[in-house]
Design a protein around this ligand. Sequence first.
Ligand SMILES: [Zn+2]
Ligand SMILES: [Zn+2]
Length: 278
Amino acid sequence: MSGAEPVVAVLALLACVTVWLLVGRGRTEVPLHRGDVHQRLEGLVAAATRALDEPDRRRAPTLAHKGVLEGGRRVRVAFFGPAGRVRAAVSVRRDAPPLRVRLEGVLDRLRKRLVPEDIVTGDEAFDARFFLQSARPDEGAEALTNDVRRAIKKAFTRFDVDRLELGPGELAVEADADEKCAPDRWQELVELLDETATLIDIRPVHVRALGGERGLVRDEDGRTRCVYCRDGLSGDEDDLVACERCRTALHGACWEEHGGCPVFGCGGRTPERPRLRG
Ligand SMILES: [Zn+2]
Ligand SMILES: [Zn+2]
């Protein structure tokens, strides 16, 4: 028995080293608590800022933080030290269509003359500025509503994002981690992604109490939910109100509790209420 112990100890040590080499090396991952992202992201921002100041960029570490935003959306921000790049991603519904958006280059322009582009939204300025690819072009075009296009333009303009990818369950952007997308702006970038993902998750549903179509937020599995309390909603409930500004429907009590429209970035103050019957 005692003869086997050193062997076991060596094997255990080897296993630990292997795991460290495979998954842990040079990477810090701090799990975030619900709604705690803002505070915890500061750690990543500080570490990335130090790494970018490093004279030898090849030695800069790769760092990643993940957590859950206040509304329940998962977020993950990764900093690739040697490349000086940042990738920020938030969760969206799993049935979101695949979509790749990047700034249109000269080659893309030539290519478009030969082969029609995957997606044409009809928004000329948008179509001219971006190169759009999707394996499900009809659904991809449908996801690019006015509001979603506006949010995408904002990401490219305000943060110098150079690619945006929507895939099953994830919305992600990538950028050089300098100037417009320096670490001290990642917080704001995550907020914009959260806002964009909410817009992508909204689905038009007939809301009986309001007598017409309004938006309901979908969760990752595509189920429609109250944007505030996350309870399932079908549109058939009696106690629904809708925001006059973004037309998202939710429980009247949830609207009151929040004191306005809880859809990120909307700020609507006036709810549309069911007409009293009788
Ligand atoms: Zn609710
Ligand atoms: Zn609203």
